[in-house]
Design a protein around this ligand. Sequence first.
Ligand code: KIV
Ligand code: ZN
Length: 499
Amino acid sequence: MRRIQIFDTTLRDGEQSPGCSMNIHEKLEMARQLERLGVDVIEAGFPIASPEDFESVQTIAREITGCRVAGLCRAVKGDVDCAWQALKDHPNPVLHIFLATSDIHLESKLHLTREEALEKVREMVAYAKSMCADVEFSAEDASRSDRDYLVQVFDAAQEAGASVLNIPDTVGYATPGEMEELVRYVKTHLKHPDQVILSVHCHNDLGMGVANSLAGMLGGAGQIECTVNGIGERAGNAALEEIVMAIKTRASAYQVQTGIDTRQIYRTSKLLSTVTGVPVPPNKAIVGANAFAHESGIHQHGIINNRLTYEIMSPESVGIYQSRIVLGKHSGRHAFEERLEQLGYRIPDSVLEQSFEKFKVLADHKKVVTDRDIEALVSSNHYQIPETYKLESFVVNSGTVISATAVVKLVKDGESKEHVARGEGPIDAAFKAIDRIVKQNFPLKNYSIQSVTEGEDALGEVVVKILREEETIVGRGLSTDIIEASIKAYLNAINKAIL
Ligand code: KIV
Ligand code: ZN
């Protein structure tokens, strides 16, 4: 079967979208998970965009060796130099150069004639090739470009040394039929189609990103560019998990395969959502909470008799495991460790220790600790940031006839500090008390709460986003008590902000 390369751009096109920014530690953690997932290429960032982007790409290029690492650059010498500096320590780096080819972009954005753009592509791809063996060229807005001009640019890029030619549907305008046709057209009109890999990169403005990517693949693309959970500019990019599972589940229709370890899909999705604080919608294909839930009686009956009645793929195939063993307050460390292993977690001893301690506290409050609870516990431990401020205790008072007050006691360097504050409600009061102890005020940008599982004793998971100057910092907190979860989330964000 033909092998399709998966080019993941979660850390570049995905990270660019509102609310999805990540710091360098989070990007590295995500890159490690993408490596476990088995993507062929990680596009780690746009090095010229900022010193932080440069550092993230460089760190990922130095740390991740299990897949190729790409950095984006415009067709500008300074961008290429910068991207190369960030990537050069990787054994198989990819310089990814882009330039728009549609008349609307050339005229209204770049103020270039077609000839000038063609020359730039020639020059910059050749320049990149003089440093890096693997150069990808993307014709931005390819789907709205004149086809013959597009082919002319691609021929020039290939002659200058590009080994991958990417055909983006930058504004999510194409239909699947058009995308398949476009890729086929490029393939049949290139001078040397067999010596280059064609790639597709589809945005989701009309909800057709995945369909267009698969159609492009049918037209002859050997690489698909996509993001985890479909995050990305505007309505996002084509979702990696949907593409990969469509290819796997409908292998008989597509006759292709990827190198993805699909059992890592759920964890990768969860990690991204943990890191960015952007929740996955419950009805999201493959990774949403309801993707494998069967509510109606008729469906449940069918599933009990034979799972294939209503399940076209198993939850286990994407790394969602339903345990038959129930963990509770009498479960020991061994059972906890075994469960983690079954769920696919391989975590360092220090994190394991902390997760087990949290599990014991949770098991004291909750009759049954589910797999979802365990996942939430472990992901809350992902970033071992120093707990400069730690919650010691709190008391809140609120009601319809009194104004809410909170007394919060935190520990810093072994010393307890306590403050009281009044607020619009118990959470606002608690956050204000914390601000007084910390003596800083990071504006609260977003607050959300959801329960990890059902039931009265469910774990509540709070995500807060605070602002440190222009940067958004995400904090998470877990507890069966929602005020405690809120305080922990706020402290988690503050501890990150003052690192
Ligand atoms: O959508 C797009 O055209 C891009 C290119 C930079 C590949 O993201
Ligand atoms: Zn894009």
